[in-house]
Design a protein. Structure first.
Length: 212
C-alpha cells in the first residue's frame, strides 16, 4: 500500500498506484464500459459505445479504476497489469463483422482500444513582466587633450677653442768637460822601526848552604 502521508501530499491516482517511486508499476490503461463477463472472476470491458468489441480482464489484474465523469455515456478507466491474460472478442455476429470489414481496411486480429480522451490543455503560466533595462550610462567625457610641453630652445654650441701653441724648444746645455785628474803624490820612503833598548837582567842569587 502507498504511504498515506505521501498520497495526501501528491494527490491523484498516482498516489494509489505507485508504492515505490524508484520502481513504478508496469501497467497500461483501458477505457470502455463495464459489463458482466461470461466467466467468474473476470470483468468485461466493452471498448466502444456500440458494444461491438470487448475484452475480458481477470479481476486480480485490475489495480485501479476511475469513472469517466465527463463522458455523457459514462465509462471507466481501468489500470491493468501488462502481464495479465486478457481475452479479446467481438460481440457482433460473424455476418455483421464481415460486412463491416469489407468497408474498412484489413481486419485486425484484436480490436484496438479506443484512445483515451485528451487531457484538457493547461495554459502556460503568464509571462513575467519585462524588467526595464537600466538606462544607458554615457561614458565619462574624454579628458581635454594636453599639448606637449614646448621644446627647449636650442643651446648654441661653444665656439671651437684652438689648442695652445707649442712651447719653443729649449736649447740643450753645453757639454761641460770633466775636471782634470789630480797629480800623483810620491810615496814616502820606507823607514825601519828602531830597535828597543837593551835592558840588563840581574844575576840570580847564589845557592844557599847545603843542609845536612
Amino acid at each position: 500500500m502507498a504511504n498515506p502521508q505521501q498520497s495526501k501530499d501528491t494527490g491523484g491516482f498516482p498516489a494509489h498506484l505507485v508504492e515505490d517511486p524508484n520502481h513504478p508499476p508496469n501497467l497500461y490503461v483501458l477505457f470502455g464500459y463495464l459489463g458482466a463477463a461470461s466467466q467468474k472472476g473476470q470483468a468485461r470491458l466493452y471498448l466502444d459505445p456500440a458494444l461491438s468489441s470487448f475484452v475480458d480482464i481477470p479481476d486480480e489484474a485490475i489495480v485501479h479504476r476511475v469513472p469517466a465523469e465527463q463522458s455523457p455515456l459514462g465509462g471507466v478507466y481501468l489500470w491493468v497489469k501488462r502481464d495479465a491474460n486478457l481475452a479479446y472478442g467481438p460481440s457482433l455476429p460473424t455476418s455483421v463483422q464481415q460486412s463491416s470489414n469489407l468497408k474498412g481496411s484489413q481486419a485486425m486480429p484484436y480490436p484496438c482500444s479506443p484512445c483515451a480522451p485528451c487531457q484538457p490543455c493547461v495554459p502556460p503560466p503568464p509571462c513575467q513582466p519585462c524588467v526595464p533595462c537600466h538606462p544607458c550610462v554615457p561614458p565619462p567625457p574624454c579628458h581635454p587633450c594636453v599639448p606637449p610641453p614646448p621644446c627647449h630652445p636650442c643651446v648654441p654650441c661653444h665656439p671651437c677653442v684652438p689648442p695652445p701653441p707649442c712651447h719653443p724648444c729649449v736649447p740643450c746645455h753645453p757639454c761641460v768637460p770633466p775636471p782634470p785628474c789630480h797629480p800623483c803624490v810620491p810615496c814616502h820612503p820606507c823607514v825601519p822601526p828602531p830597535c828597543p833598548p837593551c835592558i840588563p837582567l840581574p844575576c840570580p842569587p847564589p845557592c844557599g848552604p847545603c843542609i845536612q
